[in-house]
Design a binder for this molecule. Structure first.
Ligand SMILES: Nc1ncnc2c1ncn2[C@@H]1O[C@H](COP(=O)(O)OP(=O)(O)O)[C@@H](O)[C@H]1O
Ligand SMILES: [Mg+2]
Length: 383
């Protein structure tokens, strides 16, 4: 995967590019300290109505803490949070227009599916007839119509997850916070549920904030992604932006697979640079908007799927190229992944769609190959 972009139908425009658009959630200079430990470090973020916004980062980087502050289960040490124009920083959870689906979505084992979903409405004193209708509608929406009388033990993991989702949605929050909502599901079910989640969000128009450590999940689901590291955001953007234009080695490496080459700029012409890359025993060309000088050290990032692998030397001088030997490869049906050793010993990862017909020879171990890529595919990083 990788270059998939979100198909968030709700947002045909991009309100975050419109300086007059009103954000629905405003996180302003928010920090959270636990004693001496800084779990969330001065975070600023605007989220717009109808977004499916993902907070992506490694375990322990502060994602759950940030989400708990949005829900009201944790109070910021400093900063403030506004939802729908109202400062909710000191508002308790039950008065916020927010619902949270927890990492371990505990549903009540002794209650039926129906009663699990109805629970919050009963506590609010909603009329029984109204409860009947709203729960039935919600079960229909998560494709559990007819499951109302079952007990949680009679459900699969994916079905239990949908009960938890229905329970969180039935109270019609303006914002739904989801903490690793799909982590407990196996791969197939997760993929299926990802699309269901997008459809449900699309249908209800609720703003979703999803926390995940799974970059693929964030890429598929999101209108935008914030990449979090050690309590702070290091890049915020649409999935395609953070994938195609990572701002740092960390983001390039965290989202998808990437080849990172250390290089030194040798010449410069407008926005094009030529850099010496010792591991390639060659020069690499790239385009960049960064203000760089001859002699500057940079890192050149090239995604595996941007590299063409061939046995014949490419005759296109517009592309950059390097020779190597296949060290290892994996066949994944539609895709093959190659690890190619350059003369310097450096391994370059390449992925190739298997478009070859069976009469053509597949590449094998120790085959001598050429790698080439468009100069525009090389991304220059300094951080
Ligand atoms: N109540 C708490 N007291 C002390 N430290 C905490 C508390 N909650 C979280 N932390 C610490 O804050 C950091 C971030 O935690 P968390 O937000 O749960 O990370 P994530 O969800 O990204 O895995 C972790 O190092 C965690 O141990
Ligand atoms: Mg967490």
């Amino acid at each position: 995967m990788g270059n998939q972009t979100a198909t968030n139908k709700q947002l045909t425009e991009q309100p975050w590019l419109d300086s007059t658009a009103q954000p629905f959630i405003v996180i302003e200079n928010v920090s959270k300290h636990f004693g001496d430990f800084v779990a969330v470090n001065n975070v600023n973020l605007n989220i717009y109505k109808g977004e499916l916004f993902s907070i992506l980062g490694a375990s322990g980087c502060g994602k759950t803490t940030l989400l708990r502050m949005l829900a009201g289960f944790e109070t910021p040490t400093s900063g403030r949070i506004l939802i729908d124009g109202i400062d909710v920083t000191d508002v308790p959870p039950y008065w916020r227009p927010v619902n949270m689906m927890f990492q371990s979505y505990a549903i009540f084992p002794h209650m039926t599916v129906f009663e699990n979903v109805a629970y919050g409405l009963r506590k609010e004193g909603v009329q029984p007839a109204e409860i009947e209708k709203r729960v039935a509608d919600m079960l229909e929406l998560v494709q559990l119509g007819g499951y109302g009388k079952r007990k949680p033990t009679q459900l699969s993991g994916g079905e239990r997850q949908r009960v938890a989702l229905a329970r969180a949605l039935v109270k019609r929050p303006k914002v739904l916070l989801l903490d690793e909502p799909l982590a407990a599901l196996d791969k197939k079910l997760r993929e299926h549920t990802q699309f269901e989640l997008m459809n449900i969000q699309d249908e209800l128009g609720i703003t979703f904030v999803v926390v995940t450590h799974d970059q693929e999940e964030a890429m598929i689901l999101s209108s935008r992604i914030a990449v979090m590291k050690q309590g702070g955001f290091i890049q915020v953007g649409m999935p395609k932006e953070v994938y195609e234009y990572p701002g740092s080695r960390y983001v390039a490496d965290f989202i998808g697979t990437v080849n990172l080459l250390e290089a030194k700029i040798e010449s410069k012409d407008g926005d094009q640079i030529v850099a010496a890359a010792p591991e390639m025993a060659n020069h690499v060309r790239a385009y960049t908007d960064l203000q760089l000088e001859v002699g500057d050290s940079v890192c050149i990032a090239i995604r595996p799927e941007k590299i063409y692998i061939s046995q014949n030397e490419p005759d296109n001088d517009d592309d950059d190229r390097v020779a190597g030997v296949i060290e290892d490869f994996g066949y994944f049906g539609n895709l093959s992944l190659y690890r190619v050793r350059l003369e310097s010993g450096r391994i370059i990862q390449v992925s190739a769609q298997n478009r070859r017909r069976s009469v053509e020879r597949f590449l094998e171990w120790d085959d001598k190959v050429f790698l080439s890529w468009r100069v525009r595919s090389a991304v220059v990083l300094t951080a």
